[in-house]
Design a protein around this ligand. Structure first.
Ligand code: ZN
Ligand code: ZN
Length: 120
């Protein structure tokens, strides 16, 4: 299983710059394309990992494509942690199933399990 040789980036802009420079790879070691197609579930990019927005949120029960909501009913700025974690678990499952289209994990997995997600 390949890992990125560095990272995680501190900002999405940094990640985008690394991607544009051809520095990022998927788990099979292939260089990721310089630009990612738009995500079908959120207003971010489809970077090959599981989008939290493709899952139902365990915390606020937001359904796929719906943004997370605060208890007040207002739209939350970020995905709930439990939803991001659920997406991570789905990525892990895909990885164990031999899915080679996932982006490789950052060299320091403690900081960010997969290329920055959830705060798009
Ligand atoms: Zn998305
Ligand atoms: Zn939520």
């Amino acid at each position: 299983m390949n890992r990125q040789s560095f990272g995680p980036p501190s900002t999405r802009a940094e990640e985008r710059a690394w991607r544009a420079a051809g520095l990022l790879v998927d788990v099979a070691g292939r260089v990721l394309p310089a630009t990612a197609p738009p995500c079908a579930f959120c207003d971010g990019e489809d970077i090959g990992d599981t989008c939290p927005a493709s899952l139902t949120c365990p915390t606020c029960k937001a359904t796929p494509r719906q943004r997370c909501r605060r208890p007040s009913g207002h739209t939350a700025e970020q995905w709930h942690r439990s939803r991001v974690r659920a997406a991570d678990l789905e990525d892990q499952r895909r990885e164990e199933d031999g899915d080679t289209t996932l982006p490789a994990r950052w060299s320091d997995p403690q900081l960010a399990p997969t290329p920055s997600r959830g705060t798009r």
